[in-house]
Design a protein around this ligand. Structure first.
Ligand SMILES: Cc1cc2nc3c(=O)[nH]c(=O)nc-3n(C[C@H](O)[C@H](O)[C@H](O)COP(=O)(O)O)c2cc1C
Length: 229
């Protein structure tokens, strides 16, 4: 295919309308729509064209059985070994405050007070339900992947999230699933030398759910972007 030089119209809109949706409608995503999203996302770039991502896409019975097993883990307090932690520990400023504010803003919307630890924990367990989405995705990769390949996988994730918007769908990326690798191995065909990198809920967002009103702040451009004349 020769170089396309026409302007790409839809990207800004897809980026600006993508948010992490944490409540989905009980409405199936047509198989062909799903297939097209993945087919296109596979065009994502990767260093050396290694294409280090593997996607496991669950719907229907597999999804509900998988979710049920994860919910059971949460209920019984089972902690499976985490593939790798979500954040460096301890976090430093300003990231520490940004993370804190996200949580506070979300729980304020949900009306769950700071001292209601159980309420907050129970809410987090919605991750196990893929937030009610009709499609649950687990992304795996080889245990030997380096930092550069993890960047590639981030690009793949963003492709999926933006393509979902183009199809009128929303997503929730979920590092949470790294804490349930054994459950994932039970339900999915994951080779021995691969592990869970991230999960994702995908479906039609519930416009009436309060939690979906969350508009996560961003830093001012000057703080993160430096122009050199
Ligand atoms: C790799 C990755 C993992 C994430 N994991 C979770 C998760 O496990 N649970 C969750 O509720 N949100 C998760 N998020 C969503 C972030 O909290 C969210 O992207 C951030 O607060 C910005 O909000 P926005 O996506 O609505 O713009 C994750 C996001 C990314 C990119």
């Amino acid at each position: 295919m020769s170089l396309r030089t026409d302007k790409s119209q839809a990207v800004t809109d897809a980026i600006m309308s993508r948010i992490t949706v944490r409540d989905f409608l009980d409405k199936p995503v047509p198989k062909d729509v799903l297939a097209e999203i993945f087919e296109t996302a596979l065009r994502s770039p990767s260093g050396g064209n290694l294409q280090p991502w593997r996607a496991h896409i669950m719907t229907g019975e597999t999804l509900s059985n998988f979710s049920e097993a994860a919910i059971e883990n949460v209920k019984s307090g089972v902690m499976e070994g985490e593939t790798f932690p979500a954040y460096p520990s301890p976090l430093w400023e300003p990231q520490r405050s940004w993370r804190y504010k996200l949580g506070e803003d979300m729980y304020a919307l949900l009306g769950i007070e700071r001292d209601n630890k159980l309420g907050r924990l129970m809410w987090l367990a919605n991750n196990a339900r893929f937030f009610g989405a009709p499609v649950g995705i687990i992304i795996t990769g080889n245990v030997k992947l380096g930092m550069a390949q993890h960047m590639d996988i981030g690009i793949f994730l963003q492709s999926l999230m933006l393509l979902a918007r183009e199809a009128g769908l929303h997503t929730a990326p979920q590092g949470w699933w790294r804490r349930h690798p054994e459950t994932a191995a039970k339900f999915l065909n994951i080779p021995e030398d691969e592990h869970v990198l991230v999960g994702m809920s995908l479906g039609y967002g519930n416009p009436d759910a309060k939690v979906n009103d969350l508009w996560a702040d961003r830093a001012e451009m000057e703080e993160l972007v430096h122009f050199y004349p």
